[in-house]
Design a protein around this ligand. Structure first.
Ligand SMILES: [Ca+2]
Ligand SMILES: [Ca+2]
Length: 456
């Protein structure tokens, strides 16, 4: 999962740089890749429409860019613009010159986005943990559009969108390092928890095994300083199959600008470190953690970009590359400290992390108990309702029984009082001669009537 999100973030950065910087500056169409089959959609000269930037306003961002691209004036302006024009917001002013129907479509997109945010805000603010949060403060967090004019898309909206997306994507490396640190702390936390559950002998054996793994991982050929002549020459020799004596920076640049767009982008640069990383990491080895390898790759790329990307557009052009190869550090670099040689977290940080985990677990446990309590309460209420329903049913039954016709009244004949009920009935019901039909209720045989009338 970690690996996947990393690849996705790489795509999004590449897409955004391509959209805002590379394709905007380079008016020449991008050629399709000629050297590598692994280069992805964004490099093949086609617009990578389906790439998800991972930003929460990704859809809005993409739709705005797509609409703007259909305007010839804006397209032309953006192709002539440089990074500074985009970053300073100058390009956003060109929005005033795009055609009316484009503006109408952008207004519509913004209204949709505002409506979506309203739903989000409403949901968020109605959550118990958001009680007391000021709506306006909350609104300020969504800084990719101007909330003051919710119905129209203005130059300021474009400026805010570009700035928010650029900033959010620039935070990628920082977030990634944080994520890696949490990964390493979690790994150590789980290891320690595992050891706690072992008996002394097994624990010692496991500790020894762990130390042995660490030692084995560190046993690898020397890692060259990324971006140094030694490192590039090794790629030249092993990947490109060329004679190291013929190493030529200009040819090297051409060979590794795999999509031939005139730049070595972040992904093309990361590909240069594969040989180096393979020295220390193999998915077959238990002692090598491939997540650490990706962190190492990112650090290498970050380091070289910092050194070489003078105009900070996240792309290396030929001039920047050649200038870097003339530096002293290119020929005689310092040693390179690999991830495993660095302190990723301190013991205090690990302690804090573990405290956070146990607090989260406690919170979860509390929530679970609260849910169980609520469930029990619900069950009780349900039982109570069930009992009430049964009671009600009984009452209804009783009432229905009362509605039934009353049984025949007892005979006033005192003699009858001494007769068992069955006999009384059989007496009453004793068929008259020639009349075997039972009498309807309330009717007495004539003889009984006569007798009762005679009774004082
Ligand atoms: Ca390139
Ligand atoms: Ca550059």
């Amino acid at each position: 999962m970690w690996e996947k999100s990393r690849v996705r973030r790489m795509d999004e950065i590449r897409w955004w740089s391509l959209m805002l910087v590379c394709t905007l500056v380079a008016a020449v169409p991008i050629d399709t890749d000629k050297t590598k089959a692994t280069v992805e959609a964004a490099d093949d000269g086609q617009k990578p429409q389906s790439t998800d930037t991972g930003l929460y306003y990704d859809r809005y961002l993409r739709e705005v860019v797509e609409v703007l691209e259909t305007d010839p004036h804006f397209r032309e302006k953006i192709q002539a613009a440089d990074t500074e024009d985009i970053k300073s917001g100058r390009i956003s002013q060109e929005l005033d010159f795009v055609s009316h129907h484009i503006r109408t479509r952008l207004d519509e997109l913004k209204r949709q986005e505002v409506a979506r945010l309203r739903v989000l805000i409403k949901a968020k603010l109605s959550a118990p943990e958001s009680a007391g949060i000021d709506r306006r403060l909350f609104l300020q967090k969504f800084n990719h559009l101007n909330h003051m004019n919710p119905d129209s898309f203005e130059p300021r909206d474009l400026d805010m969108l570009i700035k928010a997306a650029t900033k959010d994507l620039e935070n990628y490396d920082k977030e990634h390092h944080e994520e890696f640190k949490r990964y390493e702390m979690m790994k150590e936390h789980e290891r320690r928890e595992y050891l706690k559950g072992l008996d002394e002998e097994t624990r010692q054996r496991e500790e020894a095994r762990y130390e042995e793994m660490k030692r084995k991982h560190k046993e690898h050929p020397k890692i060259n300083h990324p971006g140094s002549k030694d490192q590039l020459r090794e790629v030249w020799q092993e990947t490109d199959g060329l004679d190291p004596a013929d190493f030529d920076p200009r040819t090297f640049f051409m060979l590794h600008d795999t999509n031939s767009d005139g730049f070595i982008d972040e992904q093309e640069m990361e590909a240069l470190f594969t040989k180096e990383l393979e020295k220390a990491y193999s998915p077959q080895n238990e002692e090598d953690d491939m997540v650490e390898m990706e962190e190492e790759r990112l650090r290498m790329r970050e380091h070289v970009m910092n050194e070489v990307d003078v105009n900070q557009d996240r792309l290396i052009n030929l001039a920047e590359f050649l200038r870097a190869t003339e530096k002293q550090e290119f020929l005689e670099p310092d040693g390179w400290e690999t991830v495993d040689e660095q302190l990723i977290y301190t013991e205090e940080e690990l302690q804090e992390f573990e405290n956070h985990i146990s607090k989260t677990e406690e919170d979860l446990q509390r929530k679970k108990e609260e849910l169980q309590r609520q469930e029990e309460e619900l069950n009780k209420q349900q039982q109570h309702i069930q009992a009430q329903r049964q009671e009600l049913q009984q009452v209804v039954q009783q009432m229905e029984q009362k509605k039934l016709p009353p049984p025949p009244p007892a005979l006033p004949d005192p003699a009858a009082h001494f007769q068992p009920v069955g006999e009384q009935i059989s007496h009453l019901a004793s068929p008259q001669v020639g009349n075997s039909q039972p009498l309807p209720p309330g009717h007495l045989p004539d003889a009984a009537v006569v007798r009762s009338q005679q009774t004082p």
